[in-house]
Design a protein around this ligand. Sequence first.
Ligand SMILES: [Fe+2]
Length: 318
Amino acid sequence: MPQSRIPPSDVHDTPLAQAGALIEQTLAGARPRPVVTSFFDEATFTVSHVVRDPGSDACAIIDSVLDFDAPSGRTAEHSARRLVDFVGDHGLTVEWLLETHAHADHLSAAPRLQGRVGGRIAIGAHITTVQETFGRIFNADMRFARDGSQFDQLFADGDRFRIGGLEAVALHVPGHTPACMAYVIGDAVFPGDTLFMPDYGTARCDFPGGDAATLYRSIHRLLALPDAGRLFLCHDYKAPGRDAFAWETTIGAQRAGNVHVRDGVTEAAFVAMREARDATLPMPKLILPSVQVNMRGGHLPEPEDNGVRYLKLPVDAL
Ligand SMILES: [Fe+2]
């Protein structure tokens, strides 16, 4: 049975209604349609996106990656350099460096990129909750501010911003982490780790502050957006039977076929599936370095008196 576009419980969800209207207007040709170029980092299965205004040189970079070799403790900028080169080759002006959340599987390159190409670093306002939680786990001293001040902009649900002539709406979509954001830019939606490709499903919810029922509700906000809205995902791991990486789909394709949350899957069924699956997953290889750096806005901890920066490994704490 066809469902109405915005479920009755969400009729008064103004941020969602605004995001839906933005997508409809863009699809109708009344607003510029963003040009999206994506860069896949095979080491961490992360997709970084450059989102351009077709009418100007303005762009935003979403979810960049700083290479990190855990055995040696060395960082490198091979992944970030592809973004810098692309921006330079096309004469783009970077207005925003957007983070969908504090990633647990890769270090953000946002501060390094800011030094090279500029742009304001932004994340969801609930990053302060993540900073409190992980500040405690890492026993960070008081030089680590838990107020989000490492970022240039903290977005609340429904906040609007522009990339040149492109309109954007920030949506708070907690569940995978408490601070996750989806960015709706023209007809394009960047849901972070809220959704993966339809044949792969959804992200885990078992990190500190994660919650499967909360993720289900956040996903259903996004699934109430227009079916033709384009979705650009943050990760892909290939699904069984698929041998190419993929990261672009649509809201309609998710509603019709997402293996975890397609239309008709109840919250109770989703939570049972998600929690059972999460119980089998190992911790991501880079979770400890990633969270320690990303809770600081992508900055490494301050150097010690010998000039070297150190990352901690909390033992038996996660
Ligand atoms: Fe994530």
